[in-house]
Structures are given as C-alpha cells and as structure tokens.
Design a protein around this ligand. Structure first.
Ligand code: FES
Ligand code: FES
Length: 155
C-alpha cells in the first residue's frame, strides 16, 4: 500500500504493508527518532505528534490513516534561528531532565498554544493530562508554558 503525506513540510511517499503505526513509520522509515516510544498503548503521551494540527498518540494511530495529511514532529519545531520559544522556555525553566517525555509534551503544548495562545493553568493541565513525566515534575513544565506565553507576548 502506498502512503503519501507531508512530514514537517516535506512530501513523503512510502510503500507499507498496511499494519504499521504512524510511530513505526516516523521512527523506522523516516528516521525521525525524536518521537519516542514509551508504553505503545496510548497511555503515556511520549509519541505525541500533530496530524493536521491535532495532537495524536502516534503509537496507536494507523499510518495509513495519515494519507494526504500534514504531520508535524518535534524535529519540525526548531526554526532557522534555533530552538523555538516553547523549546527555549523548557530549557530555561528546567522543564527537562532525562528528556524522554519532552517531545510529547512539546507537541501537545504546540497544539494547545496554536488553538489557545493564552491558556489558563486549568487548560494547560487538561491538555497535559495524557502526558506522563517520571522525573522533572510538572511544576517546571507549567512554568515553561507561562514563560513561553510571556515571551511570545513581547515578541
Ligand atoms: S508510546 Fe504512545 S502513548 Fe505511550
Ligand atoms: S524528563 Fe524524564 S520522563 Fe520527563
């Protein structure tokens, strides 16, 4: 089966057997290993990517369902100037320790901030309810969101 879609703005065409998940295709066929495989059951959020702007767990998303869609992964966040404001805010707020969960948090928050540029803390917590971090703690991640919003407001 042929899958054609765009990943981080680049057109891609792949021959698949049909049973692959979007996570498999991103990591194994396109070598985009920034998207992490954690539980592989839709429970931890480590594999979060955007499909036409909507955050999905790519470990339980059939690759063929992405036909003609636009996919965005963590590799697509940085700009030619370097890390984007959300990534910088994570670094400056201490929102990263081992970093395994970070791509998933970044993609979930990208979807949230695209829809609600000024979310309140309840909206942030709701959005992140499916993302698990085992080491940083969520306070620094919430601080990173607030830092990012402040930064984007003065840009
Ligand atoms: S690896 Fe997909 S939700 Fe955990
Ligand atoms: S930074 Fe280690 S799991 Fe979140």
């Amino acid at each position: 089966m042929e899958l054609t879609f765009k990943v981080n703005g680049h057109p891609e065409r792949l021959e698949l057997e049909g049973h692959e998940t979007l996570l498999d295709v991103l990591r194994d066929d396109l070598n985009l290993t920034g998207t992490k495989e954690g539980c592989r059951e839709g429970e931890c959020g480590a594999c979060t990517v955007l499909v036409n702007g909507r955050a999905v767990d790519s470990c339980i998303y059939a690759a063929m369902a992405a036909q003609d869609m636009e996919i965005e992964t963590v590799e697509g966040l940085a700009t030619s100037d370097g890390l984007n404001s959300l990534q910088n805010a994570f670094a400056e707020s201490g929102g990263v320790q081992c970093g395994f969960c970070t791509p998933g948090f970044l993609m979930m928050l990208t979807a949230l901030l695209d829809k609600y540029p000024h979310p309140d803390r309840v909206q942030v917590r709701d959005a992140l309810s499916g993302n698990i971090c085992r080491c940083t703690g969520y306070a620094q991640i919430e601080e990173a969101v607030e830092r990012c919003i402040r930064q984007r407001t003065i840009e």
